[in-house]
Write a protein that binds this ligand. Structure first.
Ligand code: ADP
Ligand code: ZN
Length: 216
């Protein structure tokens, strides 16, 4: 099976953390639509201006915009041996569009991993999430704190909190997820491509489970 994979699950399920570890092992790119949108906002591009307020509220960027950036990205040379898509698809229409994009590229999705966690875990994790400004490493003040307050263990960079990681916006992101993204799980279930993993079981154990599934 191809190493074309999507990571599904609510905000805070750990998709980004797992993806960052796994792409090192598979040598394929980690494609996070959330990161792409945040980079656009930071750079002040046209796209950034369009999505800035949407991200602040925790709402979804319109499908047409999102699908077109994913299509461009997947067409790049570095995706030829596979990719991990993190944060896309988030609607059933995006999932259908992804099938069409892959079909157009002469390939097919291999796996849809669903990292399952409940709302309270989501809120606890996200409101305590801090990220290194320099290398992107993700910490949790309660469960994976940095050794020195406010500083990255790996590179010494400064840690910051994402603008959409406050409790109120997180609750909205969870609600948006249940309404729009949960149906995507059913979509992949019907295609027999869904693999459900307990997202509350710890990073190492999640990574092992994914590797077991991909290698069998
Ligand atoms: P999360 O931790 O909620 O999974 P992401 O970094 O994946 O966060 O996404 C951050 C924000 O970027 C979302 O709340 C949404 O506004 C926007 N976004 C990311 N991916 C998509 C997508 N596939 N469709 C629509 N909006 C998206
Ligand atoms: Zn760092």
């Amino acid at each position: 099976m191809s190493l074309d994979m999507v990571f599904l699950g609510p905000p805070g399920a750990g998709k980004g953390t797992y993806a960052k570890e796994l792409v090192k092992l598979f040598n394929i790119p980690h494609i996070s639509t959330g990161d792409m949108f945040r980079e656009a906002v930071a750079s002040g591009s046209e796209l950034g201006k369009k999505v800035e307020e949407i991200l602040k509220r925790g709402d979804l960027v319109p499908d047409d915009l999102t699908i077109s950036i994913v299509k461009d990205r997947l067409s790049k040379e570095d995706c030829k041996n596979g990719f991990i898509l993190d944060g896309f698809p988030r609607t059933v229409d995006q999932a259908k569009a992804l099938d069409e994009i892959l079909n157009f590229l002469g390939r097919e999705l291999g796996y849809a991993f669903y990292f399952e966690v409940n709302e309270e875990v989501v809120v606890q994790r996200i409101t305590n999430r801090r990220i290194c400004k320099n290398c992107g490493k993700i910490y949790n003040l309660l469960t994976m704190p940095p050794k020195v307050d406010g500083k990255c263990d790996v590179c010494g960079g400064e840690l910051f909190q994402r603008e959409d990681d406050g409790e109120e916006v997180v609750r909205n992101r969870y609600k948006v997820y249940m309404e729009n993204t949960y149906p995507v799980i059913e979509y992949y279930q019907k295609q027999n491509k869904l693999f459900t993993i307990d997202g509350a079981s710890g990073v190492d154990s999640v990574i092992k489970e994914v590797l077991n599934i991909v290698r069998r």
